[in-house]
Design a protein around this ligand. Structure first.
Ligand code: PMV
Length: 327
C-alpha cells in the first residue's frame, strides 16, 4: 500500500448542539465520557474536509480556512490520522484541507464537525469500509462530541463500557421535529479555555458527581421529549442540563466562567418569553454564546427579540441536519 501514490476523499459534516451534555472523561486518551449525551446536528453549519494521502509527502499538512496550521492543531489532526493509518496498516502522510462556513472556537463546537469530516474523509481515502458505528467510535477519539456528528438528525451518544460500545446513533431523523437552533453570537473571541482542559478540570468540582449520577434520568427525559415532540419537557430538561454543566465549570479547579453578562440576560429573557407562551429554551456550551432552541414557527419572532438585546452581535438560524457524508 505504501507505493499507492496519492488517494483522496472529501467529506462534509455538521456541528451539533448538545441537549444533554458531555463533560468529563473517564478515560482521557480514549475519550470515554462520564455520561451519555444527546444532540441535534446543525444543517446550515458545516465543515468540508479533503484528505489526500500522498507517499511523496514528508509530513502531514493541515490547512484550515486557508491558513496552514502548526503546533497543537496539527498535532491533533496528525494523531487522528495515525489511528486510521494504524487500522489500515500503512503510513503515507496526508494533506488535510478543511473549510468551515462558520467561525471556529466560539463555542459552536467546531471540533465536532472537524473530526467527523476528517474521519469520514480519511477512512474513505485509505480505502477502508466502515460501519457508521465504527466511524462514530473513531471520530470520538478526535473530539468526544464528534461521535455525535456522524449520524444524522437527533443523536444519542451512549456512554458505553469501553471503546467498543461508546458510539452515537440517531434517535430521530432530521425531519422528525421542526426545531430551530437560534445561535446567538455575543462574542467571537477565541475561547479562553479549550474543552479538553474543561473535561480534565471537571472531576475537581464536587458538583460533577451529582451531575453524572443524575445523567440517566435527564437522558430519558430528553429522549422522551424528542420522541413525543414535547417542547415544554424538552425546555425544562435542557436548561437544567446546561445549568448543571456550568455549575461544574464554575466550581472546577481551575474554575472556568464561560458566561458574559449578556449571556445571563439572554437566559432570563428566554425564560420570560416561555412564560409568555413562546416555545423557546436556552442551552450553552463551553463559551458565552447562547443556543436558543425553539419551534420553527417561532424562529423569526425569537430572532427579532434576540436582536433587540444589547450585546447581541448576530443570530444564526440552524435546523436539524443530516449525517456526515462524502462530498
Ligand atoms: O467534544 P469536546 O471535547 O469539544 O466537548 C464538547 C463539550 C460541550 O460542547 C460543552 C458539550 C457537548 O456535549 O457538546
Amino acid at each position: 500500500m505504501d507505493n499507492m501514490g496519492s488517494q483522496t476523499a472529501t467529506a462534509i459534516a455538521h456541528p451539533n448542539i448538545a441537549f444533554i451534555k458531555y463533560w468529563g472523561n473517564r478515560d482521557e486518551k480514549l475519550r470515554l465520557p462520564m455520561n451519555g449525551s444527546i444532540s441535534m446536528n446543525l444543517r446550515e453549519l458545516s465543515t468540508r474536509t479533503m484528505v489526500t494521502f500522498d507517499t511523496a509527502l514528508p509530513r502531514d499538512i493541515f490547512d484550515l480556512n486557508g491558513v496552514r496550521q502548526s503546533g497543537e492543531a496539527l498535532k491533533r489532526v496528525s494523531e487522528h490520522l495515525d489511528l486510521i493509518r494504524g487500522i489500515r496498516g500503512y503510513s503515507p502522510r496526508a494533506h488535510v484541507l478543511s473549510e468551515n462556513n462558520y467561525p471556529a472556537d466560539v463555542g459552536i463546537a467546531s471540533s465536532a464537525a472537524a473530526f467527523a469530516a476528517l474521519t469520514v474523509a480519511a477512512v474513505r481515502a485509505s480505502g477502508i469500509e466502515m460501519a457508521e458505528k465504527d466511524l462514530s467510535r473513531l471520530a470520538r477519539r478526535g473530539s468526544g462530541s464528534a461521535a455525535r456528528s456522524i449520524p444524522g438528525g437527533f443523536v444519542e451518544w451512549m456512554r458505553g463500557n469501553s471503546d467498543a460500545d461508546s458510539y452515537a446513533h440517531s434517535i430521530a431523523t432530521h425531519d422528525y421535529w421542526q426545531l430551530t437552533d437560534c445561535i446567538v453570537l455575543v462574542s467571537t473571541d477565541k475561547k479562553k479555555s479549550t474543552s479538553t482542559e474543561g473535561h480534565a478540570a471537571a472531576s475537581a468540582s464536587p458538583i460533577q458527581a451529582g451531575r453524572v449520577q443524575d445523567a440517566e434520568r435527564r437522558l430519558a427525559l430528553c429522549r422522551n421529549a424528542i420522541q413525543q415532540r414535547d417542547f415544554s419537557a424538552l425546555a425544562e430538561v435542557i436548561e437544567q442540563d446546561s445549568n448543571l454543566l456550568h455549575a461544574v465549570t464554575m466550581t472546577s479547579l481551575p474554575a472556568i466562567y464561560y458566561w458574559l453578562p449578556v449571556t445571563l440576560e439572554i437566559m432570563n429573557s428566554v425564560r420570560d418569553w416561555r412564560k409568555a407562551g413562546i416555545p423557546a429554551a436556552f442551552t450553552i456550551d463551553a463559551g458565552p454564546n447562547v443556543h436558543v432552541i425553539c419551534e420553527k414557527n417561532y424562529e423569526e419572532s425569537v430572532k427579532v427579540r434576540l436582536q433587540k438585546i444589547s450585546g447581541v452581535q448576530d443570530v444564526i438560524l440552524a435546523h436539524p441536519g443530516e449525517p456526515a457524508h462524502l462530498g
